[in-house]
Design a protein around this ligand. Structure first.
Ligand SMILES: Nc1ncnc2c1ncn2[C@@H]1O[C@H](COP(=O)(O)OP(=O)(O)O)[C@@H](O)[C@H]1O
Ligand SMILES: [Mg+2]
Length: 347
């Protein structure tokens, strides 16, 4: 049954910018995703409404808006009040009020924001991921892992803190880089074995038995500057004047043998399940020297605007954009419809 109305909630933090040195860079605008999702839902016959979350003083109005049990909430909040750490709190608020909402719950969203905790879970549960250590001080120990290593902030996203200097070859470079991360981003660093192989994103949709992985997308490094590590660094994603910009090109469906496709999809499904993802998520991986996939991170709240990788993967699977958005709503709604013999109606 089509729900009467879908409310699209999002954190409207004003200008969606991030300061890099002396430059202010525009991150992709949440409002684009909101209007894409809105258009898709309307084309499928849903009535929609937009519910922005702006300031803390707004919270009472926002809370009233999410309380109607007849409605479904499309949750596009990536945080609140300019803080990504509050992303999970929005989902918790929805849950407390008994709202039916799309996407992952608060625990999954919170865990995925911490790359160390994510890898603790993945490695403990048999999902291959590069060797790693979390360092709270530059003189800390990395244990058994081998150089070259990549150093990242523990709790950032969008390649914040990742540039060509992130890949280190020696203990002295490592110490310097960890110091840089701790002092610049006021958080621990995660140090990982640098995996020098091909990079893939795998979109996963659905719940329980209807979970499925979409065709893998490969990130091609085209004309990358000589001698620089092939990584999706911050400049490659956001800084138009940079020599790295637009040199990471997605190709979907990836040109890979069926066997590798099957392996990437199986690893993605396992990572999705182990992290407790719901409805949709994207898993990023690279191939190690052994030719095996290693999970870099799990994104339970990935970009689902019409020109993002998720929509491209859906298209490759035969789902056009409105179908994709409607399938996310359907997946969410069926979680709230109790079915005989299932352990939990929610996951
Ligand atoms: N262990 C690793 N080995 C090789 N490249 C890596 C590794 N970790 C991250 N990268 C590179 O850095 C990019 C961003 O890292 P990721 O962990 O996905 O963080 P973010 O949340 O900022 O996207 C990846 O897309 C990849 O190109
Ligand atoms: Mg990533």
């Amino acid at each position: 049954m089509t729900p009467a109305r879908v409310k699209i909630i999002f954190n409207d933090d004003g200008s969606d910018t991030y300061t890099l040195g002396e430059k202010t860079v525009d991150l992709d605008n949440i409002l684009t995703t909101v209007s894409d999702v809105e258009g898709a839902l309307r084309s499928k016959g849903y009535e929609t409404a937009r519910v922005p979350l702006r300031r803390r003083e707004d919270l009472e109005r926002f809370t009233k808006e999410i309380r109607d049990p007849e409605e479904v909430i499309f949750n596009l909040c990536e945080g609140a009040f300019n803080r990504s750490s509050l992303e999970m709190h929005v989902a918790a608020l929805l849950e407390l009020h008994g709202a039916r909402f799309t996407g992952s719950g608060p625990l999954t969203l919170g865990l995925a924001l911490d790359k160390g905790l994510t890898k603790d879970i993945l490695s403990r549960r048999g999902v291959p991921t590069p060797g790693y250590a979390v360092m709270t001080e530059a003189s800390g120990k990395t244990g058994e892992i081998e150089f070259p290593l990549i150093v990242k902030p523990l709790r950032e996203d969008a390649s914040i803190g990742i540039d060509s200097g992130a890949v280190v070859e020696s203990p002295s470079e490592l110490k310097e880089r960890v110091e840089h991360i701790i002092s610049t981003y006021a958080q621990p660093a995660i140090v990982e074995e640098y995996v020098d192989g091909r990079e893939f994103n795998i979109a996963v949709m659905g719940n329980g038995k209807s979970r499925r992985a979409l065709p893998p997308s490969e990130i091609l490094f085209v004309d990358f500057p000589e001698g620089k590590p092939k990584i999706c660094c911050y400049e490659a994603k956001w800084v138009e004047e940079s020599p790295f910009y637009r040199k990471t090109v997605p190709s979907c469906p990836a040109e890979i043998p069926e066997k590798l496709k099957g392996e990437l999809q199986a690893v993605a499904l396992k990572a999705y399940g182990m992290m407790g993802c719901r409805d949709y998520a994207r898993v990023d991986m690279r191939l190690g020297k052994d030719g095996k996939a290693k999970v870099l991170e799990v994104n339970p709240n990935p970009d689902i605007s019409s020109d993002a990788g998720f929509a491209r993967a859906a298209k490759a699977a035969g789902l056009d954009y409105p179908d994709l958005i409607a399938a996310i709503v359907d997946a969410a709604v069926s979680r709230y419809t109790p079915q005989a013999g299932t352990v939990s109606a929610r996951t």
